[in-house]
Design a protein around this ligand. Structure first.
Ligand code: SF4
Length: 349
């Protein structure tokens, strides 16, 4: 049997039963694919179910408010995915008459959809012969063909693409794409591949040459930038004070007034009075420090819980008042802010 049919046969008997594998609806496949970018299946599954329940049709998604979408997305990270999905859903409604596009090029034109996602939707929903290349596929192919060139360089990518095309199934593109991704996720895993029980072990060149754990070879590592954030949780009675973030990874999420970087000579009193007039009296009730990792950033976060004696007047006009229970409910927040609120609940119940 050929490698292609070995992998497809393995998939038929070993695949996980996941809801998006039972549908040909391109909207639901698109939802699952975007949710699963940079997210494990276990973590993404409840989000997928929540989105399908709240927005059964793409028009429901397009007509939702951004706050609604971000609230449902809360905790999943990489929030630009949710914002881009909203734009893409509106495009489908406005430019494609509410019908999800069915050609690879049209799918690729939607905001937030790259070649990988477009190939996945085109093959899973419309059976178009487009090979999907994600991290799992890169790993399986680089091992199977023992490709030593770095896969994050043009030469390595070219070799992977050619090798993949040589075993791609034009007759069953949807099953093949699912199969090789699942094979990478379950059998040919990054650190502990199950070579002993592998149905293609005899054909695997990396296994033969004892190079399994060296592959895939990557040259460039992403540089992680360090940054400091100091959040000021001002409270007056059952009110607290927030702002909407207007740029970056957390764009359109809500947060406490914040000072970013430049903290060598940090002075808490001066920092507080950069938000409040001098005559506002206040008391520091709690301080919480934590580290938070984003894809390219390592954040040291400091949260100050500050109780005010009178209703504050803020010097920065983009700060507004809400009821404390609405943060994270009506006003979506990042995972970092959630971490702080959780410890605060433990501390202040
Ligand atoms: Fe992956 Fe090991 Fe199978 Fe090769 S033998 S394809 S490295 S699981």
């Amino acid at each position: 049997m050929g490698t292609q049919s070995d992998i497809i046969q393995w998939y038929r008997s070993e695949k996980r039963d996941l809801p998006w594998r039972h549908t040909k609806d391109p909207y639901k496949i698109w939802l699952s694919e975007i949710i699963l970018q940079q997210t494990r299946v276990q973590q993404g599954l409840p989000y997928y179910l929540k989105f399908v329940e709240n927005f059964p049709q793409i028009s429901d998604f397009a007509n939702a408010s951004e706050d609604q979408i971000l609230s449902l997305w809360q905790g999943l990270g990489y929030y630009s995915r949710a914002r881009n999905m909203h734009t893409a859903a509106k495009t489908v409604v406005n430019d494609f008459g509410g019908v999800f596009p069915s050609t690879y090029e049209e799918i690729l034109s939607l905001k937030g959809v790259g070649p990988y996602t477009a190939a996945a939707i085109a093959s899973f929903a419309f059976d178009l012969p487009r090979p999907v290349i994600d991290g799992n596929v890169f790993r399986v192919i680089s091992r199977l063909f023992c490709i030593l060139s770095p896969i994050d360089k043009p030469q390595g990518k070219k070799e992977i693409t050619q090798a993949l095309e040589s075993i791609f199934s034009n007759s069953e593109p949807a099953t093949w794409n699912q199969a090789i991704m699942e094979f990478g996720a379950m059998q040919c895993t990054p650190k502990k591949p199950l070579c002993e029980t592998c149905p293609i072990q005899e054909k695997c060149l990396a296994f033969e040459h004892n190079k399994v754990l060296e592959l895939p070879n990557k040259e460039g590592k992403v540089k992680v930038k360090k940054m400091d954030l100091r959040y000021f949780d001002f409270r007056y009675g059952d009110k607290l004070y927030i702002r909407k973030r207007t740029a970056g990874a957390w764009k359109n999420l809500y947060e406490y007034p914040v000072i970013e970087d430049g903290l060598k000579d940090f002075n808490l009193v001066d920092a507080i009075h950069s938000f409040l007039p001098q005559n506002n009296s206040w008391k520091l009730k709690n301080k919480y420090t934590c580290t938070h990792l984003l894809s390219h950033r390592q954040i040291s976060a400091y949260f100050y819980t500050i109780y005010l004696d009178s209703k504050p007047f803020f010097l920065k006009s983009n700060i507004f008042e809400i009821h404390k229970n609405d943060l994270g409910e009506r006003y979506p927040i990042s995972t970092l802010i959630s971490k702080y609120i959780q410890q605060l609940e433990n501390y202040d119940k």
